[in-house]
Design a protein around this ligand. Structure first.
Ligand code: C2O
Ligand code: CU
Length: 475
């Protein structure tokens, strides 16, 4: 769906027939999953029917790539085949993974060259909704559609009738159907809110229609592979509760104002009950900036699942991920990450690759506009080191005029304090911070290796907001 006047003026009912539901291809096997993921070009109808299609990159030439379903504790063996003409890798976002399988080029593995392959082989410790994408410091790869869902199934049955997934992306597309690339190196976008698109897709389509029944209870897994857009999704005419964040179960909570906010890379699982009458519709609307209907649930006009909505909550089994507050935080080691830079900021310069530059030179010569602790894209040394098994408290100081979505690899954290947003007990792998906000996160550093910490707004990440930390037995 396009963000334009036409769409803004039309209601959900006026959007013509756009093809039947085609669920994401899924592959699952109890115990283990073996598959090939070929990173390659393809063409896909991202614009409305009748408009040109779009050259994309995808795993298997489709976006999203295959949805991988695997049982908790199972082993995934995925062979990446690089059919692009540039280096790539696959990162398994949100998985507490063996460091060697984390897929970060130049940190945990060598980049996979064009024509090359890499075998990713690891077990999945926690159930939940995850995703995979390249981590080769080339934001265009994800922007062009290289990503897919990774669903790790609970051992226990979850009390819903069915589940569906919504992978919601925004794209910047020309009228010709081509992805607009001129702005990709735009320092303007990098120094502001990042590169927002002009169309949105759900599951790789311009509009998603999901047939449901009155009284039915669905688990809806939502994932945002957006470069930078902060999604705000409104679910109308349903009863919806959040049951997991970033794959990790939470105590069910109703959507505030019927809407859920997702920063880039975040996932949320909802339990959705269809309260409407048979034959009615329930719209999914993206309301972060403009108001855009991106999909709808269509209630069957005859079949009814049950004649009154279930009132029990859907409670997912507890995660295996360690809680940092379980052993008390008094022995935690404290670190700080101060973010500076961007438009309307006060950063007058920063270190880059060992040398200090004034901001103009940093931006024009090195295309860096952000810094972590005074250094843009610190790469040569870890941001901090911590002994395996210790608990880290990391104070994130957003000393900029922009929101950021900070993501840690290999560990789930808990927000223990924040200056603007509210604190809860959720475990998560990313946190959306308000401008000027200070957030304290805590996590048990139980996974040895070199782990990225970065803003998942890709234009910010590439322009300086990425670093890594080291978890070691020798520290
Ligand atoms: Cu979604 Cu560093 O990753
Ligand atoms: Cu950012």
């Amino acid at each position: 769906m396009r963000f334009d006047r036409r769409q803004l003026l039309l209601g959900a009912g006026s959007i013509g027939a756009l093809g039947a539901i085609c669920p994401l291809p899924a592959m699952s096997h109890a115990g283990g999953v073996r598959l090939d993921l070929v990173a390659e070009g393809g063409r896909q109808q991202l614009l409305d029917p009748g408009e040109p299609d779009t050259p994309i990159w995808g795993y298997g030439g489709r976006t999203p790539g295959p949805t991988i379903r695997i049982a908790q504790g199972g082993e995934l063996h995925a062979t990446l085949r690089n059919a692009l003409d540039e280096d790539t890798t696959i990162h398994w976002h949100g998985i507490r993974i063996d460091n060697a399988m984390d897929g970060v080029a130049h940190l945990t593995q060598a980049a996979v060259k064009p024509g090359g392959t890499f075998d990713y082989r690891f077990t999945l410790p926690d159930a939940g909704t995850y995703w995979y994408h390249p981590h080769a410091h080339k934001p265009m790869q994800q922007d062009r559609g290289l990503y897919g869902l990774l669903i790790v199934e609970e051992k226990e049955r979850v009390s819903v009738d069915r589940e569906v997934a919504l992978v919601i992306d925004d794209w910047r597309i020309e009228d010709s159907g081509e992805i607009e690339t001129a702005s990709l190196s735009s320092l303007h976008d990098a120094a502001h809110a990042g590169r927002y698109g002009n169309i949105m897709t759900v599951n790789g389509k311009p509009f998603e229609r999901l047939p449901v029944k009155s009284g039915e209870r669905l688990r809806v897994r939502i994932c945002s592979p957006c470069n930078s857009r902060i999604l705000k999704l409104r679910f109308e005419d349903v009863k919806a509760q959040i049951i997991a964040i970033d794959g990790q179960p939470v105590d069910p909570v109703a959507l505030p104002d019927a809407a859920v906010t997702l920063g880039p890379s975040q996932r949320v699982d909802l339990a959705v009950d269809f309260t409407g009458a048979p034959g009615s519709k329930a719209a999914i609307t993206e309301v972060s900036r403009e108001r855009l209907v991106i999909g709808e649930f269509e209630l069957d006009d005859r079949a009814v699942q049950r004649d009154r909505v279930l009132d029990s909550a859907v409670v997912l089994p507890a995660t295996n991920a360690p809680r940092p507050d379980a052993g008390g935080l008094k022995d935690a080691l404290r670190f700080e990450l101060v973010m500076t830079g961007g438009a309307r900021g006060s950063m007058d310069g920063a270190v880059y690759r060992g040398k200090h530059y004034p901001i103009r030179e940093l931006a024009q010569k090195h295309r860096m506009v952000w810094a972590f602790n005074g250094e843009a894209d610190p790469h040569d040394a870890p941001l901090f080191e911590i002994a395996r098994g210790r608990t880290a408290v990391l104070r994130l100081v957003n000393n900029t005029a922009w929101p950021h979505g900070i993501h840690t690899h290999g560990h789930h954290f808990q927000v223990i304090d924040r200056s603007i947003g509210s604190v809860n007990a959720w475990l998560r792998d990313s946190i959306l911070m308000e401008p000027r906000e200070i957030v304290e996160i805590a996590f048990v550093a139980d996974n040895p290796g070199k782990w990225m910490i970065h803003c998942h707004m890709l234009e910010h990440q590439m322009a300086g907001m990425q670093a890594w930390f080291n978890v070691d037995t020798q520290v």
